[in-house]
Ligand binder design. Structure first.
Ligand code: ZN
Ligand code: ZN
Length: 149
């Protein structure tokens, strides 16, 4: 578990260090993508990340956005989320902000949720079946309140 007081800056910092250790240069596209990920509350597609960068006046080419996201995913500092929408989404891997996703299959909305009893249930299953769970991902599909109205 992350110590209390762990901040957003700590994620960006450790992600930048992981890139340096792996021999990647800091700056340019990598710095812009890290900054964008750090500002995200949840997972976005590479296309949405590219658009957000453009909106912040930090335009980065699509190929570079994809390349940097894959580098960060391989280094384990970014989680790649497959929500059954045909496009992977990416979000910072923050131990202290662990969450899961609700997906509206009508409008495509993605909403994060977290639930302590659910986490405890996964730990209990891990003990019961004697399996060391290194990561888990829960996606609930359905219809959001707007789409049901
Ligand atoms: Zn998320
Ligand atoms: Zn919806």
């Amino acid at each position: 578990m992350a110590p209390t007081g762990h901040t957003h800056e700590a994620w960006a910092e450790s992600a930048a260090e992981a890139l340096s250790r792996a021999g990647y240069r800091r700056g340019g596209a990598r710095a812009a993508v890290l900054e964008q990920l750090d500002a995200q509350a949840c997972a976005l597609t590479a296309y949405e990340i590219e658009a957000a960068l453009r909106g912040r006046g930090r335009a980065v080419g699509r190929a570079s956005v994809y390349r940097v996201l894959e580098e960060l995913h391989e280094l384990g500092v970014v989680t790649k989320v497959e929500l059954g929408q045909g496009q992977a989404r990416y979000e910072p891997n923050r131990a202290e902000h662990h969450h899961h996703h609700l997906v509206c299959d009508r409008c495509g909305a993605v909403v994060p949720f977290d639930d302590e009893p659910l986490e405890r249930a996964i730990a209990a299953i891990s003990r019961k079946v004697d399996f060391e769970v290194s990561e888990h991902e829960i996606v609930l599909h359905g219809a959001c309140a707007d789409c049901r109205a």
